[in-house]
Design a binder for this molecule. Sequence first.
Ligand code: NCD
Length: 307
Amino acid sequence: MFKKRHLVEPGDFTIEEMDRLFDLAEQIERDQGYLRESCRGNILATLFFEPSTRTRLSFESAMLRLGGACIGFSEPNSSSASKGENLADTIRTVSCYADIIVMRNPKEGAALLASRYATVPVINAGDGGHHHPTQTLTDLLTIRQLQGSIEGLTVGFCGDLKFGRTVHSLAKALSRYPDITMIFISPQELEAPNYITEGILKKAGVSYIETHSLEKVIADLNVLYMTRVQRERFFNEEDYIRLKDSYILNREKMKQARDDLIILHPLPRVNEIAPELDEDPRASYFKQAKYGMYVRMALLASMLGRC
Ligand code: NCD
């Protein structure tokens, strides 16, 4: 089902295929021995041209737990990219050494390009401000686990909705689930791009609103997806400094929220969630990071045809 395919953006998998991955991930969580050693003999290459903690380490941990091995780089200066090698040549070469490639790159479209030159499956671990489909699998699995299903929910996205690729991917994926309402909360300069709101949501008949005020909408939400202002995508530091603390979620603001709200964040967090909230039972971002590893185990084993 998943063998010999790429994962470049959330639309590459059907809802049924994602459900299968979530079932597998839940089974791995229940039975930590499940699929262990299923990828013995396989090699994962992690090519990270941009910084990462969770995505790279959770992929590597997932592969090691499946009995496979990992190669790669986390710093483009240590690869031949620094000598001027183009991405196509890097990918063609790494395809000779690894059975599957996970790549993060600052350029939008880089993963799609890689998938055209690779002779092994490519997983997009973030292409600039565009997409991040495995974070979306993580987010959907977390919502399914903690809210019981991915239907009939009001989901708020807050922060940098312009450059935040996790927002773009999750909004696109959620547009395919029934009865979802999305609320986009951002400063005017960091609003979600039109290709998401007009191009995808409106066309799909998804109900959504855009606002600048978190306080006004927080009581309506089942899921609050906080995001960091993406400093690395700004053209100048002054704009970043002006916008970076637009929203800071704290105890006071959470007084208005529902008891069954879940707070998600792809992490890393900078200032947008006060650490005082980490003990709040609604704060679910570290659980989310753990689900990320299980869903990546399910994804690797499936894409390698090992389950
Ligand atoms: C996100 C990313 O890289 O887009 N991080 C992640 O993979 N968990 C979010 C971010 O960097 O803000």
